[in-house]
Design a protein around this ligand. Structure first.
Ligand SMILES: [Zn+2]
Length: 319
């Protein structure tokens, strides 16, 4: 079998998808280590993975190890450069050894894709977890300064209020000190009231409330010219949760609400041509949600292609 190695992201350089006039680039930070899946999604056992053969080889290895990735999505839309989440970041003291003191070429990749830091207009934070806010800031002269000095940074007010009222452990306080508070203190952070049906922040881009992983977690919906896509944030961590939507994450604040949110989202997307872009899905990262019995599977949509490829994936779904 030509199964790619667990750490391989080289098969899919500089991937992008188009959604009408929106262009979505995936900017890789790093593959997450193989032990991540069993920790993060404890019920995604090798037996559970084996029951969904379509997960292999892209989303799981032959022995049932889940592949997961840290990347962000960079959007060209309405003449703006928009970043959705900011990954783990470089040089940050972290309790998770895989995230500690990284030195990745993420910022170079972002720049190469056409998003030099000073040109980013908007940074959307789906939620305030360590692996989604890291590149909010970078080290400069011994201080943490905003990486995107000309951007507005957005997160939901519910998310902000949740963490403001939480008695955080020292690791999380450190993360807020180095990656969130410098942005707020620079006057760059906006708190968005996200309505039940979603809140449009720029034309064709809406924040959708997807609570459960955290109370204020949002997904990002793109619409234009009859096409649509949803960026998951962490309401779906891995495609195994399409096969088994009840599989929870060990870091969900409310697993019951998270499962309800996931089922509602998947039911809404099932057998439509809305592209699902997974914030932690390894390459090929994007696909259509197809009904399979009483659950779902992901039908990958290759990058660097537009409507017709989605149409052919739709044809595959209906076969
Ligand atoms: Zn995450």
């Amino acid at each position: 079998m030509n199964e790619p190695p667990l750490s391989d992201t080289s098969r899919d350089p500089a991937p992008l998808w188009t959604v009408g006039d929106h262009v979505v680039h995936r900017i890789d930070e790093m593959p997450l280590p193989p032990q991540t899946g069993r920790w993060l999604l404890p019920d995604a056992t090798p037996e559970a993975v084996a029951q969904a053969p379509w997960l292999r080889p892209d989303f799981a290895t032959a022995d049932g190890t889940l592949r997961l990735a840290s990347h962000t999505f960079a959007l060209e839309t309405n003449g703006l450069r928009v970043l959705v989440d900011t990954g783990i970041g470089n040089g940050k003291p972290r309790a998770n050894p895989a995230w500690h003191n990284l030195n990745s070429p993420y910022l170079g990749r972002l720049t190469d894709a056409g998003f030099p830091p000073e040109a980013v207009d908007l940074v959307i934070l789906t939620h305030l977890h360590t692996d989604h806010v890291g590149w909010n800031t970078r080290a400069q002269d011994g201080a943490w300064v905003p990486t995107f000095p000309n951007a507005r940074y957005l997160t939901s007010r519910t998310e902000w209020d949740h963490w403001a009222a939480t008695d955080m452990d020292e690791h999380r306080r450190q993360m807020f000190r180095d990656s969130v508070h410098p942005v707020r203190e620079a006057g760059l952070l906006d708190l968005i009231d996200v309505r039940d049906g979603g809140t449009e922040v720029i034309p064709g881009l809406r924040l959708l409330p997807t609570p459960g992983h955290t109370p204020g977690q949002v997904a990002v919906e793109l619409r234009d010219a009859g096409r649509s896509a949803v960026i998951t944030g962490d309401c779906v961590h891995h495609p195994v949760q399409l096969a088994r939507p009840g599989i929870h994450s060990c870091v969900d604040t409310d697993t019951t609400q998270a499962a309800r949110t996931r089922r509602r989202l998947l039911a809404a997307l099932a057998d439509t041509d809305t592209l699902l872009l997974g914030t932690h899905f390894p390459p090929p990262t994007a696909g259509l949600v197809a009904s399979e019995g009483d659950s779902y599977r992901l039908v990958p949509v290759p990058s660097s292609v537009t409507g017709p490829a989605q149409a052919s994936a739709m044809a595959a779904v209906s076969q």
